[in-house]
Design a protein around this ligand. Structure first.
Ligand code: SF4
Length: 309
């Protein structure tokens, strides 16, 4: 799911007040500042900042940051996402080494790498993902690697083949919302193309964990969410994440509904019954929230499943 949520933006009175269950830690402290300075020094963007993620205070205090490669300007303009839209700059050839340096200096056991959409590049940016994975394997071989990619519109087959060959530990691509809402929320993307991308990862390499997420609160119906879960299971996706959509600015899609923690729990129970290896569903769940701990849980869940088989 998108990380696109505000934390410190002013709340005009026309926007509904956030409920009490959406409480976040303020971004303060030495570890937070060190993480920020490191990213500046290495000229790296993070989705934590660009998408105004509400968890940045908690995550950066633990020195967990999600690096956003291929620049900080996206070629799409999704209605939920706070990342800038426009014509991106040239790809930085030093970026892969800088990501590896960041992983080493932050002492990351598990790193999440994402990117903006780069529809302007012939490979959609896939080769930069490969270079980043290779740099991490060279420099921090013990760090497990999770990638969260765009849909590589019209280039997905070659892109997935190249990235899977580089063997990330987890491949995440978010469906973001139910198919009915794609024309307004994710107009540049196609639901079934994203689903096919996810399904193709397992076809290439069944050992890679697959992960996908959706936001709720955009006007989706419960049965539509259940159908997305079924579609994900048909594509053999291992890990489902679900979180509350929060409107980054008044120009973005409105929050239609604040989904209560109880409803998240009910969704999680249904998802588990449908056979996901792991489910993370709560108002503040984001794709990369607690990703390292969840990776350990994924491995344990797979081992337990294989032992039963
Ligand atoms: S949840 Fe992900 S995007 Fe948000 S602050 Fe944490 S690591 Fe960054």
């Amino acid at each position: 799911m998108s990380e696109a949520d505000p934390v410190n933006l002013p709340q005009p009175s026309s926007r509904p007040r956030k409920p009490d269950w959406i409480r976040v830690k303020a971004p303060v402290g030495a570890a937070y500042s060190e993480t920020r300075q490191l990213m500046r020094r290495l000229n790296l963007a993070t989705v934590c900042e660009e998408a105004a993620c509400p968890n940045i205070g908690e995550c950066w205090t633990k020195k967990h940051a999600t690096v956003m490669i291929l620049g900080d300007v996206c070629t799409r303009a999704c209605a939920f996402c706070n990342v800038k839209t426009g014509m991106p700059r040239k790809v930085d050839p030093l970026e892969p080494e800088h990501v590896a340096t960041a992983a080493a200096e932050l002492g990351l056991e598990h790193i999440v790498i994402t990117s903006v959409d780069r529809d302007d590049l012939p490979d959609g940016g896939a080769s930069q993902f490969v270079k980043v994975i290779e740099a991490l394997r060279r420099n921090t071989p013990k760090t497990t690697i999770e990638i969260l990619t765009p849909d590589f519109r019209n280039k997905a087959d070659a892109a997935v083949e190249a990235i899977v060959a580089a063997r990330p530990d987890v491949y995440n691509h978010n469906l973001e919302t139910v198919p009915r809402l794609y024309p307004t929320i994710r107009p540049g993307a196609r639901y079934y193309a994203s689903l096919r991308l996810l399904e193709s990862i397992k076809r290439h390499d069944p050992s890679i964990f697959t992960k996908s997420g959706i936001m709720v609160g955009l006007g989706e119906q419960r049965l539509e969410v259940h159908q997305v879960m079924d579609d994900m299971r048909s594509a053999d996706i291992d890990f489902l994440t679900m979180g509350q959509y929060l409107q980054p600015t008044p120009k973005h899609a409105k929050v239609e509904d604040f989904v209560s923690p109880q409803v998240f729990n009910a969704y999680a129970a249904i998802a588990r019954a449908k056979g996901f290896l792991l489910v993370a569903a709560s108002p503040l769940t984001r794709s990369s929230y607690h990703a390292g701990d969840d990776f350990a849980k994924l491995r344990t869940a797979r081992e337990a499943k294989l032992a039963k088989a």
